[in-house]
Design a protein around this ligand. Structure first.
Ligand SMILES: [Mn+2]
Length: 488
């Protein structure tokens, strides 16, 4: 099944699959929606379409990404690893050997070419055009998410800018605190591509914000791609069809033709104000800090536009599965740089940057430490605070198993590495913002090559005895299913 074409196609799919509940009652975007959604997310519940948010004509869609099943539906895939597999085929392209390989290679190249965004003359995202005094953010049911938030925040935007030096497009998901009818803050953190575009311009930088996209394009806006790679190309590749773009009305940018709502405007170098605090995915309020002001010049939308939102907070929240999608989809790219990595897991409870568990094919002394440093040097994974390294046969997604390895295999004096480096701007724990300590735990097997005594064998029953018990004792109905030690 191909991924949904736009937000309405997606809502229809969710409804057909029993994954969406429509709420006809009037509900307040000021805190009330958060309380309902937070309980729904934590119970593994459905997407919610609030048809009558208080004070707005526009319905509000939330929790569209809140479970693994919905995330897979969004990608038209059976699993997130299947989505990663599609990218792996491209990433691992080698110079073709025979004719068959050459033809396959051409097909792959064509699939990349077919992923490039496509310009079209008109699109539903511009059915209604509001300019000048008609621009009015009060029309939208923007949520104030938590009691300590000073204002409503747009939380699921795709923010589009161009690098003023190279013209390369960037699309990112950055929260936007509403200031008044025609301006918001733009939360471009120090490590984000959007901020680089802002810093590279010495005057006015055009910005467009797309709201209410098909789920794959919305996901792609959140994906941590290298600076020079257009998120809309990733979206086109993952969708299997290009993202269609129309010219914006008042700024020199192209915007998705299928968006429900587009905000056009600009930021001006040096024009900043104090943004926040905001109840963030760390489970704490991120502090008030200076951020650029986004001035709206136009607001375009579809008729009966649907406004998308997401609430983050103490994990697990809806962003857990956006993060898990990134974890899975980027595994092939990580293996490109660090091929000894077998698998990795970013625990949701660790708010993604807090902890990474990595399994490796260990080949030499210090290999686990090499991989820790690699993680601390890799894209936005460099912000990871602690890295736990285990051997290849350990399931990194089984936290009991990982805890067992850490407790069983670690000599804290020998196997704990303390380092330092850049940290997530949202992390409140370090002494100064954006910089602090790093913790590496080597829970792999060691041996004489690393100066320790002989490493003992791991307990495992013989295959023969396992087979014998499987065959002979089943008839008694005693629970023999759960073997505690795996023979692998
Ligand atoms: Mn980017």
């Amino acid at each position: 099944m191909p991924p949904p074409r736009d937000l309405r196609d997606w809502i229809e799919l969710l409804e057909r699959e029993g994954e969406l509940v429509r709420i006809g009652a009037e509900v307040d975007p000021d805190l009330e929606i958060t309380e309902i959604v937070d309980r729904t997310v934590k119970a593994g519940g459905p997407a919610l379409l609030f048809e009558h948010p208080k004070g707005s004509e526009h319905p509000l869609l939330i929790n569209q990404f809140g479970t693994e099943r919905r995330m897979c539906l969004a990608f038209g895939a059976q699993s997130l690893d299947e989505v990663a597999g599609r990218l792996e085929a491209i990433i691992e392209m080698q110079p073709p050997q025979g004719l068959v390989e050459k033809v396959k290679g051409l097909a792959k190249l064509k699939s990349i070419a077919d992923s490039m965004p496509k310009s079209v003359r008109s699109g539903p995202s511009q059915e209604i055009v509001l300019e000048g005094d008609d621009v009015n953010l009060d029309l939208l049911p923007i949520q104030r998410c938590w009691p300590g938030d000073p204002a409503p925040f747009i939380t699921l935007p795709a923010v589009i800018t161009k690098d003023p030096r190279t013209g390369t497009r960037n699309v990112g998901m950055y929260r936007m605190q509403k200031i008044d009818r025609r301006s918001t803050f733009m939360h471009w953190q120090v490590h984000k591509d959007g901020r680089m575009d802002y810093l590279a311009s010495d005057g006015r930088l055009d910005v467009a914000v797309a709201l209410g996209l098909d789920p794959v394009t919305a996901y792609s806006a959140s994906a941590p791609l290298p600076k020079h790679i257009d998120e809309l190309m990733l979206a086109g590749f993952l969708r299997g069809e290009p993202v269609e773009l129309v010219k914006a009305k008042t700024v020199d940018l192209e915007v998705p033709a299928n968006a429900e709502i587009v905000l056009e405007g600009y930021v001006q170098a040096g024009d900043e104000g104090i943004e926040g605090p905001f109840g963030d995915h760390t489970g704490y309020y991120s502090p008030a800090e200076p951020f650029p002001v986004f001035h709206l010049t136009a607001m375009t939308m579809r008729r009966d536009a649907i406004y998308p939102s997401i609430v983050v907070g103490k994990p697990p929240a809806e962003d857990a599965w956006l993060g898990k999608a990134t974890e899975r989809i980027f595994l092939p790219a990580i293996r490109m740089s660090v091929p000894e990595i077998v698998d990795y897991d970013l625990p949701v409870a660790g708010a993604f940057h807090g902890c990474a568990i990595v399994s490796i094919r260990k080949a030499y002394p210090g290999h686990a430490q090499k991989v820790m440093h690699a993680i601390w040097g890799l894209g936005l994974l460099s912000l990871t605070k602690s890295v736990v390294v285990v051997d290849e046969h350990v399931d990194v997604h089984d936290y009991d198993e990982v805890f067992f390895r850490v407790c069983a295999n670690v000599d804290p004096k020998r196997d704990v590495l303390l380092s330092e480096g850049p940290l997530d701007q949202l992390d409140h724990a370090p002494t100064i913002p954006c910089f602090g300590g790093k913790l590496g735990i080597d829970a792999t097997h060691k041996g004489p090559a690393e100066g320790t005594r002989e490493w003992p064998g791991e307990i495992a029953m013989s295959e023969e005895m396992v087979a014998r018990v499987d065959g002979r004792w089943a008839e008694y109905g005693i629970p023999l299913g759960g073997r505690t030690i795996d023979a692998s």
